[in-house]
Design a protein around this ligand. Structure first.
Ligand SMILES: [Zn+2]
Length: 179
């Protein structure tokens, strides 16, 4: 089995409309949360900045939740703007749905694909996603093997649709050497 890896090289932009300008992209900026306590209830937002006019926007992370419902270390992470928590929050699909943004992964990831050995056919290759980058298997395999998309159809056996975007681990079998 040969492992390939999809790795994040930097954080993706947010495809998110700005209320102040026509820009459709925002960035995490410094990666800060805003925590607001109101009695025993908490609001937590993640702050983002428009890439064009720098206006600050707020993504809702928690809205009027009881303080006690959040684990202490999570709460400390929000208060301290813990970088790993900032990243996890940005990449959390439920946060993206709630705040109606998509992630723009263009230029923010790379594929590590060691060349297949000369022997041992067929060869199973597993693609491991270190970051949830949505990619079409066809495009990824073409890039990793350095072959055209049309060649893939006769050289690769795969159980998922080649054309539908995935963002989690999958495997395929390479039936013979690629030229
Ligand atoms: Zn703007």
């Amino acid at each position: 089995m040969l492992p390939w890896a999809v790795r994040r090289t930097r954080l993706p932009l947010l495809a998110l409309r700005c209320v102040a300008c026509p820009s459709g992209r925002a960035t995490l900026g410094d990666g800060r949360f805003r925590v607001n306590a109101n009695g025993k209830l908490l609001d937590v937002w993640l702050l983002v900045n428009c890439v064009s006019c720098d206006r600050t926007g707020k993504l809702t992370v928690h809205e009027r939740v009881p303080v006690r419902s959040l684990p202490a270390d999570r709460l400390a992470g929000y208060t301290a703007n813990a970088p790993s928590l900032v990243v996890d929050t940005l990449l959390d699909p439920s946060i993206a749905r709630r705040n109606r943004y998509a992630l723009d992964w263009n230029g923010c990831w790379e594929l590590h694909a060691p060349p297949p050995p000369e022997v041992c056919w067929p060869l199973e290759i597993t693609v491991v996603f270190d970051a949830p980058v949505p990619v079409r298997p066809e495009r990824l395999i073409a890039q990793g093997l350095g072959v055209s998309r049309s060649e893939i159809a006769c050289r690769v056996k795969i159980d998922i649709p080649l054309n539908r975007r995935v963002n989690q681990d999958f495997s395929f079998t390479l039936l013979g050497p690629v030229r």
